[in-house]
Design a protein. Structure first.
Length: 378
């Protein structure tokens, strides 16, 4: 092994947190933007060689929109992976997360624990399950496994069929891996208030008690779960429009009442996991709010008392005492104004708007789906 290779390997081994350690997973998540289009174009080229006409693959809007949605989802997944360690270390360096005791293991142990779960072998089970679901979907769609076996030959058309099915099955495996990592991150970050002392700084410039990184991390997870529902949105709204592209989505009832709702349901469940850390830290911030309200009440009473004292001292013509009283009064009023608007969520207004937008997007799809169900039922 060369010195460069050993140095790189050493760097990988000593990092506190590596969300993707497996080489195959890391390769796919790094080069997906080339691999997915390349496989699709290769299949299109085979169709052209076989039929000598414009490839059907390039006319298959459902397939290429599905894969574009997949690419967008993986882009956001990579952004999410890159933000995990930065978020937790930032909270520690700003002293918003502190050890509960002197012998407490600290943030390094938390990162190691998260690393183990992100790369746990159980993620493979999730990936295989995801692949199996997509494989079963295609088998049912094509009329059963015996149909696929009976058509087996060495022709370009059969290779085209395999390239239609199995790349999606492989992509589903990596989607399952991403889902595992998202759930593991959500649950471990959600448990931080149970294992660490959380310091909330009301009046912090981030308008979130110094805990805005938690809100940003949850939003990053939320985007990963919501992006794939672009596909379900296309499927559900297609029947309401007459445009040629969207009309293809409504032509297949399996898409409308099968695949679309499954994607939507997965997005809803994913949103719950993405928002868990926010609610966990909100509980801690609520407890801090009660303490802060008591403190502000005491400060308010002290401000009133100091103002009375100032008036008395002013009448007695004692300038030295007046200056001391004014300095103390200004300090108390500054503290009061900085902390009177108490936000008990680890998010600011911008994060709130983004979260609200994703949830409105999902709720709109749920309403649309229920509308279709009611039409079919009655």
């Amino acid at each position: 092994m060369s010195k460069t290779t050993s140095r790189k390997q050493s760097e990988v081994d000593t990092n506190a947190l590596i969300p993707v350690r497996n080489r195959a997973e890391r390769f796919f998540l790094q080069w997906f933007w080339i691999l997915i289009p390349s496989v699709y174009l290769f299949r299109s080229a085979l169709e052209y060689l076989d039929l000598r006409t414009f490839p059907l693959a390039l006319q298959d809007q459902i397939k290429w929109i599905t894969e574009i949605t997949l690419i967008i989802g993986i882009i956001f997944a990579n952004l999410f992976f890159s933000s995990i360690e930065h978020t937790l270390i930032k909270l520690e360096t700003s002293q918003n997360i502190l050890p509960k005791s002197k012998g407490h293991s600290g943030i390094k142990a938390l990162l190691d624990h998260l690393d183990r779960w992100l790369n746990h072998n159980l993620r493979i089970v999730m990936g295989i399950f995801s692949s199996l679901c997509i494989y079963i979907y295609y088998v049912v769609q094509f009329g059963g496994r015996h149909v696929l076996v009976s058509q087996a030959d060495f022709s370009l058309s059969y290779l085209d069929l395999l390239l239609y099915i199995f790349p999606s099955v492989i992509y589903a495996y990596f989607v399952g891996i991403i889902v595992w990592k998202l759930v593991a991150t959500s649950l471990i970050v959600r448990s931080i208030p149970d294992k660490f002392k959380i310091v909330v700084t009301f009046g912090h410039p981030d308008s979130a008690g110094g805990l805005l990184p938690i809100g940003k991390l949850s939003l990053a997870m939320l985007y990963v779960t919501v992006m794939p529902t672009i596909l379900s949105a296309c499927i559900l709204i297609a029947p309401f429009f007459s445009t040629p592209i969207l009309r293809l989505f409504s032509a297949n009832t399996v898409l409308l009442f099968g695949l679309g709702p499954v994607i939507l349901f997965a997005g809803l469940i994913g949103s719950i996991f993405a928002l868990l850390p926010i609610f966990s830290f909100h509980r801690v911030m609520e407890a801090y709010k009660l303490e802060m309200i008591k403190t502000l009440e005491q400060i308010s009473s002290k401000i009133v008392a100091l103002k009375k004292k100032f008036l008395i001292q002013e009448q007695s013509n004692s300038p030295e005492n007046l200056e001391n009283i004014l300095n103390e009064l200004n300090a108390l009023e500054t503290f009061y104004k900085a902390n009177e608007n108490i936000n008990t969520w680890p998010i600011n207004r911008q994060i709130l708007v983004n979260i609200w937008g994703t949830q409105v997007f999902l709720i709109g799809q749920v309403v649309t789906f229920l509308n279709w169900v009611s039409r079919v039922s009655f």
